[in-house]
Ligand binder design. Sequence first.
Ligand code: GDP
Ligand code: MG
Length: 364
Amino acid sequence: MAVRGWTRAVLTKYATGMASGPDQKHHQRQTLNRALPDPAELAAGIRSGSRSALARGITLVESSRADHQAIAQALLAELLPETGKAVRLGLSGTPGVGKSTFIEAFGRLLTGKGLRVAVLAVDPSSARTGGSILGDKTRMELLARDPNAFIRPSPSGGTLGGVARRTREAMLLAEAAGYDVILVETVGVGQSETSVADMVDMFVLLLAPGGGDELQGIKRGIMELADLIVVNKADGDLVPAARRAQTEYQAALHLMRPKTPAWAPHVLLASALKGEGLDKVWQAAEAHRAALTASGDLARLRADQARAWFWTELREGLISTLKSDAKAAALMPELEREVEEGQSTPTAAARRLLDLVFGTAEQA
Ligand SMILES: Nc1nc2c(ncn2[C@@H]2O[C@H](COP(=O)(O)OP(=O)(O)O)[C@@H](O)[C@H]2O)c(=O)[nH]1
Ligand SMILES: [Mg+2]
């Protein structure tokens, strides 16, 4: 396999960079083994359900070090046949809507049914805020201690694309570890909803009860992503407002074109705080999965997502190849200036850079 060949090359490179005496060699091999786990061994640990092996695998996936990435990719290649079995759910909502409270209660409902639940997050702002999950882990205290749940905060730092990729790969590892449901949380800011919707089977939008103007504040694009809307906090004095919101959102959804004829997005009421309405949310997730499996949409959706992810990787890989090419990197500022000053068209400037690195069909 190409990935394995590449991994071996990188590992060999690291291993051969070591000192020569037999003792030293032995010592350094041990150090290497400690620092860099064997992908097959780690895969076995993850398969067996070891939480520390899964956590270690995710740490490798999140690392930007070339040697860590090589092992992470070997690990993923090893475990790929065991991925894809989980129900992949996305959950989004603005801060304060009750995501953490919901995940705690919903997660415990699922583990109570004998299901194993992994909670991951996509939060590109987590470097600043400490993470959407980590920041309020107190709201998930019981779930965090549940042996059938695994909670992992968002990888910190990096671009949304980078964070999303690491979360996708963490999701694959969690699936190989036998988790039945993967919940991917994201804070409702900017593009993160789209990137989560692009990696899950079902996207759930959590909203709070509010007046009519509430509806105006929600971007149409975000509502279009939703397979299910849950109006949270439908308890106490908020019940009438929650019912009104349900009617309004339902009317708004009717005006949108559904993603597939197999599933009509709809609006449920819940109280994460009181644990009410959560069973209905799970029933909807099961019905969604059954409908999309029967129609063939689930397989198509996942194939589309994998293909789109491949192209994203390819684009990002090409850009970083260009940037790490010394000649190209040296030419870039000059080309940027020419484009800024109108001396060159962006097309021609990009062409020159590509020709420099890859050559042209004419030259070949
Ligand atoms: N009344 C009521 N309050 C809730 C409910 N769910 C969450 N909250 C409260 O809303 C606040 C924000 O909740 P949190 O889970 O941290 O929201 P997050 O920022 O989306 O993760 C907290 O004070 C929660 O106790 C609910 O179903 N009903
Ligand atoms: Mg939260």
